[in-house]
Every structure is written in C-alpha cells, then in structure tokens.
Design a binder for this molecule. Sequence first.
Ligand code: 0WD
Length: 256
Amino acid sequence: NFSLEGKTYVVMGVANRRSIAWGIAQALHDAGARLIFTYANERFEKPVRDLAKTLDRDDSLFYECDVTDDDAINTTFENIKNDVGVIHGLAHCIAFANRDELKGEFIDTSRDGFLLAHNISAFSLAAVSRAAKDVMTEGGSIVTLTYLGGERVVENYNVMGVAKASLDATMKYAANDLGKYGIRVNAISAGPIRTLSAKGVGDFNSILQEISERAPLRKPVTQEEVGDVAYFLMSNLSRGMTGEILHVDSGYSILG
Ligand code: 0WD
C-alpha cells in the first residue's frame, strides 16, 4: 500500500530546488518510485538534471515539453511510452501568468494575458492527461496543483485565480472521463510557498505573513508537506478518491 517501488511517475514543472514539483519528486523517490522529469525549455534542462543527480538512483529520464505546444506534448508521451512502456501517475505542477497582471485589478487583464494564463495553467492539464492516458495502461493517478484564489478572491492573484477555477473544473471533468480507465485525477490546493512563480504575485510577503498569524497551524506549508500528500494521492491508499481538491494549507481555507 505504501511503497511505490516498481512504479514510474512523470513530474512536470521542476524549475529549481524550491519548486513544489521538486518536493513531490523527492517524496515519490523516497517511496521507491522511478521518476521522469519534463521541463518547459532547454534553460531548465541542466538545473533539473543537476537536481535529479542528488537522488540515490540514476534511472531518471528527462524530456523537454512546452505545454503550449500540442506536438511537443504528444511527442513527449510517445517517447515516454517507447522508453518505459507504462507510467503510473503524473504530477502537473505548471502555471504561468504575466507578472504585470498579478497586481492591481483583475478587470484590467488583457485578452492575451487571460488566454495565456488559461492555456498554460488550465488547458495544459486536459492536454497532458489525454496524452498520458495512453501510457497509463495499468490505471494510475494524476495530481495537479491549485490555489485558494480559484475558489475565492485573493488580492493580486487576479487572472491566475480565474485560471485556477478553470483548472479545478478541468480536473473534475478529466476525473469523470478517465475514471473508467482506472485513472484518478485530483488536485492539491497548496498554501503559499516562496517559489520562482510566487515571486511574480504582488505583495506575496503579506500573504505569507497572514498564514503565520491566522492559519490554524500558524505556519506556512513546505514543499515536503505538499510532496507527502502527492505521495498519498499517487499511492493505493487514496484509491477511493477522484475529482477531489485537498487543501494542504495549514488549515487556512476554513477561515472566513
Ligand atoms: O505559493 C505557491 N508557490 C503555490 C503554487 C500555491 C498553490 C499552488 N501553486 C501552484 C502553481 O500555481 C503551479 O501550478 O503550484 C504549481 C507549481 O508552482 P511553483 O512550484 O510555485 O513554481 P515554479 O517552481 O516556478 O514552477 C512552475 C513551473 C515553471 O517555472 P518557470 O520559472 O518557467 O515559470 O511551471 C513550468 C515551469 O517549469 N511552466 C511550464 N512548463 C511547461 N510548459 C510552462 C510551459 N509553457 N510554463 C511554465
């Protein structure tokens, strides 16, 4: 039930050691899993390979996959199928919005900025789930990362909040489609964590401060804490769950 030995998981969205995706990769690795990493462009290849070298196994695989490109997605999962045959899960840890639209008022979002945020942060889950399905021939688990800003208004989160609402719905529709193949799809709604992407969100420090002062557990969550819940979602222990959003946020979302 607990071990992921003999299982292979795709982790998308490791940018550096602070990435939530890296916390997930470490948790899956510690449970015995083999890992496949995808990165957006060649700029991230070396950082991802260097991080993977710190793991105590050397059978990880690496593929470039810009999720705005359908051909890249299809080619990546065809290559994965040829190289490993079967995968048991996928962690989708990808989002993007223009920095200048993560402050001020949502209503000022441009059409291009709106479409870009939804393309990379929400549609990509549908696209990669469809491609991954063909390699998940033994069933499996897909996990995406969302944020409270998709459920309610969070200052400055703006278009990314609207994209997260779309991601949450995308996750549920995908769960409904893929359940018949034994594939589960769930989301982790992580509390704020200081990462490269978080730097783009206006006044991120005061969001973190608020967690330390008001969240039931009185501290921000860590990449490791999110990683452990991703491990649970990838494991057999969560086999009865799909289409669900789990809040890993020190309890903050229960506050009014
Ligand atoms: O507080 C936080 N950090 C939270 C993050 C709270 C709740 C949720 N999340 C979500 C994010 O919205 C995202 O969906 O977690 C996910 C992972 O984000 P992260 O770990 O905070 O951020 P980061 O380490 O920057 O990784 C995001 C990565 C990108 O990094 P860059 O620096 O390139 O933006 O998403 C990937 C990329 O590696 N990414 C892409 N991957 C493939 N194709 C693309 C793309 N077109 N664009 C971005």
